[in-house]
Design a binder for this molecule. Sequence first.
Ligand SMILES: [Mg+2]
Length: 353
Amino acid sequence: MLLNSIVGSILTVNFPITKWLRSWIEPWHAPTSTSPSNEITKTEYEAILRDMLKTMGTGFSPQRPCAHLASQISTHISPVTHNQDLARKVCKVGALVALYFYPTHGPAVQALIGTYTAFYLILDDEGESMLAQISQFRALLMNPSPSSAPAAIQMTMTAPFKLLAWIFTEIDRVFAPPVANRLVAGVLSSLSSLEIELDRSTAFSGVASPLFAKYFRNMNGSSEAYVYFLLAENPEDPQGDGVTGSRLKRFLQGVPELWNVTDEINDLMSFYKESIGGDERDTFVYHQARGAGVSIAEVLRGLAREIPRRSGLIERIFEDDEQLLEMARGFSLGQIEFYLASERYRLAELRLE
Ligand SMILES: [Mg+2]
């Protein structure tokens, strides 16, 4: 391992703390489910989550009414899936995301964001049967007429992906062009990571960059899009103080924090559903624990510390722009309250107070 020894020696010379870095340039180890550090009990998880909620000053509260918005979302989602039970559930989650993440957006924008969320959850739950469509969506979008498509693209767009194409058109109606560009980029990026994730025929192995887990995580779940969804223009006030060039630049200066806190809240708060209640091991928390040579509990504790720290930083970044501050202030808290309120994440099963 010439590269390993060269990098190892460089790290030894330049950095006193090389263990963490060295662990990353060593071969990617397969998960060892028998290792105690690779698992966490429900009680340990409850304690970590309880501490984070206490620091953020929040906890369970009654779920916000979402039936009307969910039924609006359902008019788009119900026709594109055969699984009506799943459709009903994801429409409700979509409505809750829109209401908790973006409480001040108008109802039409909330319906659009909720519809996108419900669409994405269908992919998340049933994506394995849609792998070819996920893989070819961008190419099909660019070649709507089959006769003009390259020979490699052999299919036409199915109903769920026609819905996504429609969502892209609506995004151009509601968001300023530079924001819409980032939104579409974020969604396409998440489809490319989903395509790789759903391909179970191969696994990650060999040497990994120290930035790999973060890089792959940032693409996953279109968290970038959820950050830019904050910048909807107000259709009731077209002459208003909208997303100008300078405001977009101010916003961009806080995007890395908004983006990462979105991922961190999801990784911490969906962990019970995915990896304690469920058996998912191919997630950021496990990638990070494996790469850094630390326990699952340590990774989760790190997330629980980062969420309040980043939320405070976001407020400081935007403190001289009242409109941005208003948009960003409740973003972390709204997301946390969404996970607590949504049945999907099963957090009501835990002792968190
Ligand atoms: Mg998750």
